[in-house]
Design a protein around this ligand. Structure first.
Ligand SMILES: Cc1ncc(COP(=O)(O)O)c(C=O)c1O
Length: 397
């Protein structure tokens, strides 16, 4: 049977990681995979995670199953973190949550729910978007559409074109949006623009599906959740997929959650029953360990304060690097404007290099970024910023 299968190309980001590992040049720079790195280039375990993990292990008396919807206390703690503790959807019982294996698992759970409720719906993603959004949505059998989002030549969002495209969509279609720290562009909508989307979504009967993988790494915990809180207050239905990989540094533990916001509680109960069945039919139950850690942190005033502090250090590092990078690029490439990098947020920016230039910077300067010229800002260090800026100048010549 398996002889029928031809080899498929590697996932571009995972392929890039392997190529970087195999490169023996000491100057090599990894700006490929989207993980946070500190000033030493490491992705450490957060201190609050270490403490929470010890507490979890000390208290744990059994490894018996939890449940297909995961850890209920974690789900509730995440609801409070994402929507804010006093959001009116709680009193109205408008939100139901299911823990998923990472943000990817949560994204897929949401797409499966859409397929069950409305198999003819199309999910529209931004141009460009994070590459894995496409298989996560279409793997369910749902159709894929794209809306314009970013203008690479100017490094800005084309909001007028985006709205114009959304205005033409049929009712019942789904619009996948990045809540903050847009991947791969780093360009986020302003509060005013999010507010403008509310009547558009309502008028056109579109379902917003918000992906939040970087809460707290853009402007702050509260600020980054703004569009979710706004949409939940103003619109009848909403899907929110959340990842704890980056902001808690729990990547391999696979921690995520899907929040389903419905107009009435009874609809939410039905939706969750379908989600439980979906989970059961794929992996049965999500991994517990990482979610137990997050629950421990969010449930303890002191651990939560440490997390906020550690998160703000990560955010400050990224934002500081953005500013330093602009200065270095101005000096190395005076003919080209890279100032947009300082106005964006989160881990990523698109440099606007051609695929050919990206391949050259990899081959000739050992600098690794994805073919679309997305860079992970946190992959830079004070001691290689200059080398990186010179490398960009080298391929622009
Ligand atoms: C935009 C976006 N969404 C979701 C995820 C999900 O990450 P994970 O499944 O590792 O939690 C990522 C990770 O890179 C991401 O960039």
């Amino acid at each position: 049977m398996f002889e029928r299968l031809d080899r498929v190309p590697d996932d571009p980001i995972l392929g890039l990681m392997a190529a970087f590992r195999a490169d023996s040049d000491p100057k090599k720079v990894d700006l490929g995979v989207g993980v946070f790195r500190d000033a030493k280039g490491e992705t450490p375990v957060l201190e609050c995670v270490r403490k929470a993990e010890r507490a979890v292990l000390e208290r744990q008396t059994s490894k018996t199953y939890v449940a297909p919807a995961g850890n209920a206390a974690f789900n509730q703690a995440m609801e409070r973190l994402v929507f804010g503790p006093a959001h009116p959807i709680f009193a109205a019982e408008r939100v139901r949550s299911i823990q998923g294996p990472g943000g990817c698992g949560a994204l897929r759970l949401g797409a499966e729910l859409v397929r069950l409720a409305s198999p003819q719906a199309t999910v529209h993603v931004s141009t460009p978007t994070w590459a894995n959004h496409v298989p996560l949505m279409t793997g369910t059998g749902l159709k894929l559409g794209r809306y314009p989002y970013y203008e690479p030549s100017r490094g800005v969002i084309d909001f007028a074109a985006m709205c114009q495209a959304l205005e033409t969509l049929p009712a019942g279609d789904v619009v996948l949006l990045h809540a903050s720290c847009h991947n791969p562009t780093g360009a986020d909508l302003s509060r005013e623009q999010w507010q403008e989307l509310v009547p558009l979504m309502r008028r056109r009967g579109l379902l917003p599906y918000l992906d939040m993988a970087y809460q707290g790494l853009g402007s702050g915990e509260e600020e980054d959740a703004y569009p979710i809180r706004l949409f939940a207050a103003e619109l009848p239905e909403l899907l929110v997929a959340v990842s704890c990989s980056k902001n808690f540094g729990l990547y391999r533990e696979r921690v995520g959650v899907l929040h389903v916001v419905t107009e009435k509680p009874v609809i939410g109960v039905a939706a969750l029953s379908h989600e439980v069945r979906v989970a059961r039919s794929i992996y049965s139950m999500p991994p517990d360990h990482g979610a137990a850690i997050v629950n421990e942190i969010l449930g303890s005033a002191s651990l939560r304060a440490s997390w906020t502090q550690e998160l703000s250090v990560m955010r400050a590092r990224i934002n500081g690097l953005r500013r330093q990078l602009v200065v270095a690029l101005r000096a190395a490439c005076p003919a080209r404007d890279f100032d947009f990098i300082a106005h964006q947020q989160g881990m990523f920016s698109l440099l606007g290099l051609s695929t050919d230039q990206v391949r050259r910077i990899r081959a000739e300067r050992h600098v690794y970024m994805t073919d679309d010229s997305r860079i992970n800002i946190a992959g830079l260090r004070e001691d290689n910023l200059e080398y990186f800026a010179q490398s960009v100048a080298h391929v622009l010549r």
